[in-house]
Ligand binder design. Structure first.
Ligand SMILES: [Mg+2]
Length: 233
């Protein structure tokens, strides 16, 4: 009997990708303004994303706070274009988070889906990211809200799922996790003994060998999946 449904945040409930790109664009415009020249002119949003992902891979398992990764990525980006300026890195980082917060929007299917499941199931949020759902007016749906950065352990480590389950007192077998990342959300939830729902908004192929218990194109399908599982036992 499913009693708890926990959600991922970034790219599951809100369009992190769009807000992140928009925020990087703003920091790049700022960098071009204050440090014009051929090396900064060659910088693109795409390259900044690659640098950030490289820094994240280097810090994996050692840093659970993605805000720390983001700051390190700005330092690395400046290094790669030959600028040594800690104050500028800090300013670009602050600008990134301000623009991201301003641009971030929940997907259109989020509120209807949360309304549909909130009467029947306990709803939780478990995120590796740093977006406070209160900024989007969604916080009242979730109890508890678990930030990996606060706990010092991040998905896909089963430890962070255990923090979530311990806080609810609901066993893993009565719980489901909904997320867009096969490696973090689906593998993580399965490793912790929870059921998993893969949110595959763009219909991507899955070559990973990580098999979700259910796959949806929209959160609108989630209530029906949960109802089906609840009728099993
Ligand atoms: Mg996500």
């Amino acid at each position: 009997m499913i009693r708890l449904v926990a959600f991922d945040g970034d790219n599951t409930l809100w369009d992190f990708e769009a807000a992140m790109r928009s925020a990087l664009r703003s920091t790049l415009d700022e960098l071009w303004t204050v440090q014009p020249g051929p090396s900064t002119a060659a910088l693109t949003v795409e390259r900044m994303i690659q640098i950030r992902n490289r820094v994240a891979a280097e810090l994996e398992g050692r840093v659970a706070d993605l805000a720390v990764v983001r700051y390190a990525a700005f330092e690395r980006t400046l290094e790669e274009v030959g600028i040594s300026d800690a104050a500028l890195a800090a300013r670009l980082n602050a600008m990134f988070f301000a623009v991201k917060a301003q641009q971030l929007q929940p997907f259109e299917d989020v509120v209807p889906a949360l309304d549909a499941v909130s009467g029947r199931f306990r709803i939780a949020l478990l995120t590796n990211g740093n977006t406070d759902p209160a900024q989007l007016g969604l916080d009242h749906y979730f109890d508890p809200i678990v930030f990996a950065a606060t706990e010092g352990v991040a998905k896909p480590d089963p430890g962070i799922f255990r923090v979530l389950l311990d806080r609810t007192g609901i066993p893993a077998e009565d719980s489901a996790y909904v997320g867009d990342s096969l490696s973090d959300d689906i593998a993580g939830a399965r490793g912790a003994g929870m059921r998993s729902i893969w949110v595959n908004r763009s219909g991507d192929p899955n070559p990973t060998g990580i098999v979700p218990d259910a796959e949806v194109r929209s959160l609108a399908e989630v209530p029906r999946v949960l109802e089906g599982w609840s009728e099993e036992r």
